[in-house]
Design a protein around this ligand. Sequence first.
Ligand code: NAD
Length: 276
Amino acid sequence: SKVPPIILNNGVEMPQLGFGVWQVPDDEAERAVATALEAGYRSIDTAAIYGNEEGTGRAIAASGIPREEVFVTTKLWNSDQGYDATLRGFDTSLARLGLEYLDLFLIHWPLPSRGRYVDTYKAFEKLHSDGRVRAIGVSNFLPEHLERLIAETSVIPAVNQIELHPHMQQHAAREFHAEQGIATEAWSPLGQGKGLLEVPAIVAIAQKHNRTPAQVVLRWHVQLGNIVIPKSVTPARIRENIEVFDFGLDEEDLAAISALNEDRRLGPNPATFDMG
Ligand code: NAD
């Protein structure tokens, strides 16, 4: 494969770069995932709330790629938190994907005000010990939520998928994850394409390496050790975004991108987000 793996804390290998399908309707997701698999992606990131687990599953099945060569992530939606609801939510997602097992299951949001993420995670531990999911983790958890989870459950999350891009670099979270052996996965790694790819410093580095701004930003993540899941429905961009393992940024490039941090979120604050 053209994408190297990250070894998760339970020994499972996860491709460092995968394909995200947020905001892609089911039929379009099927086409986009098919294009991504043809381009060499072997990791797909969906979620129950995205409404495209079926199209994602159809594309994987139709690809003819052996099941064990594709790493599939989905996420439990907020309304399914709680022990029993989680087990049902998992079954529903797996059936929609048309899979026998899942590679990575994430709690989509912590919803701290509802106080159910520990019970939810205990159901994740059961799914893991039953062999129905190879790795379990969380998304949008702040260090304080991870600390509580680690204190009250037995399996350290393999992954925390958080908003992370050059305008929101998440230094404290990344450091905490590293101390705990949790892999950091970046959502909206390209800043949703909203302005980040036109920032002069990034455009200049792209010109210097004869690459695109998107490739430069993805390469910055890779060199930091982040797992990335860029999204596109445009075939040329889907192919472009995976071609980031045959060049390198130098110290000066990395420093110039790191100087762009503004601690500015595009998405909601996990401490207060309480939807669904
Ligand atoms: P992203 O940062 O991947 O940006 C995607 C957008 O950038 C595209 O829609 C397009 O407009 C642009 N783009 C992509 N490739 C480009 C290229 N080569 N050149 C120019 N423009 C390009 O944004 P995202 O979709 O928000 O995040 C990626 C994935 O992360 C999602 O699809 C989803 O799987 C995941 N995600 C998870 C959460 C969560 O709460 N866990 C939240 C948001 C996203």
